[in-house]
Ligand binder design. Structure first.
Ligand SMILES: Nc1ncnc2c1ncn2[C@@H]1O[C@H](COP(=O)(O)OP(=O)(O)OP(=O)(O)O)[C@@H](O)[C@H]1O
Ligand SMILES: [Mg+2]
Length: 319
């Protein structure tokens, strides 16, 4: 395993999240016989300790399977998948990330080399394979099904096999319930609406759809809504798949951000399931993706971490 990711949570942050004193966090750690590690002169929690410290919250987590998707490229899907996974793991949640994008950016962001590893294409093409054969550990609390360019063949494969798109993922899982093992499953989707993306949408509880303040973003939402209409017409699922809009790269200094947010909020379809929080533009994100090290590898405070924390709380149902 190539493992450079070492996400950390400061004792003070854990205390703030729990609404208790730092001393109370220390006590919980000691009661669970953990020994805290040091970064400089600061003690911190890793996933394993967080799981013990947040043990009261664990049963309350809303276990969810989420597709992070927008037909528009570059809106932050991969960045958010990485950050949500890391942050949720520091709440003690067990996270499975599934890189469904042939670009493999999420795989790279976790510093994993997908060469020679099983990917989604293998899972869909080989009925003898179990999903468990494709899952690799990234770091404590985060597992991954990696991706590489061969995943560009999935749509052709699904098309040649025929059959219902809403049954693709239930079939390849062969009765395995991912939420028995994981608290959160995140698919990082490519910016398209092909057969695989639609199959993923049917399988997930909802799609987290980032939009950014640019004038084409709303066109993407319109197309996704049309895609859902077509999926419902074709397969008549019991529950209509839906997307939850998340505003990303929000910049309160620009009028465009303000106007775009208002346009989304004023649209009854988009606003119905919109996330309450939004993610501000912050250079931490590109820095983090380029270095393949999570910004949680250090204990510094930042607004990007605060924004992701609020989002993860909303996803886990901790509000
Ligand atoms: N809140 C943010 N603030 C600043 N930069 C951001 C933010 N979110 C994402 N970015 C940057 O935007 C760029 C695109 O992000 P990312 O690769 O996550 O998008 P994507 O939607 O996954 O793209 P693709 O459609 O190609 O898969 C990256 O450089 C990323 O660091
Ligand atoms: Mg991406």
């Amino acid at each position: 395993m190539q493992n450079q990711l070492k996400p950390k949570l400061s004792i003070n942050d854990a205390a703030t999240m729990l609404g208790v004193t730092p001393q109370a966090v220390h006590l919980r750690v000691r009661n669970n016989q953990f020994k805290l590690s040091l970064s400089g002169n600061k003690q911190y929690l890793t996933h394993a300790e967080a799981r013990a410290v947040f043990s009261d919250l664990l049963p309350k987590y809303k276990k969810t399977i989420i597709a992070i998707h927008n037909v528009r490229g570059g809106v932050g899907k991969t960045t958010l998948a990485n950050s949500i996974a890391v942050r949720a793991s520091l709440y003690g949640a067990k996270v499975l990330c599934i890189d469904a994008d042939k670009q493999g950016n999420l795989t790279e962001s976790f510093n994993v080399d997908a060469d020679g590893k099983k990917i989604l294409f293998d899972l869909i093409s080989d009925p003898a394979l179990s999903i468990k054969d494709c899952i690799i550990p990234v770091t404590d609390g985060i597992d991954l099904i990696p991706s590489r360019i061969e995943n560009s063949l999935i749509d052709r494969l699904i098309n040649s096999k025929g059959g219902r798109l809403d049954l693709i993922y239930p079939k390849i899982l062969k009765g395995i319930n991912l939420l028995d093992t994981y608290d959160l499953v995140l698919f990082d989707c490519p910016p398209e609406i092909g057969f695989n993306v639609q199959s993923i949408m049917f399988f997930c509880d909802y799609s987290l759809t980032p939009v950014t303040p640019d004038k084409y973003s709303l066109n993407g939402l319109r197309v996704i809504d049309q895609m859902f209409d077509a999926m419902v017409e074709d397969y008549k699922p019991e529950n209509r798949p839906y997307f939850r809009v998340l505003f990303n790269k929000y910049d309160n200094r620009t009028k465009l951000s303000f106007h775009m947010l208002k346009m989304v909020q004023d649209n009854p379809v988009y606003s119905a399931n919109m996330f309450n929080c939004f993610i501000q533009t912050n250079s931490d994100f590109p820095n983090q993706l380029n270095s393949s090290i999570s910004s949680y590898d250090n204990l510094k405070h930042s607004t990007s971490k605060e924004d992701i924390d609020v989002l993860v709380r909303e996803i886990l149902g901790l509000e």
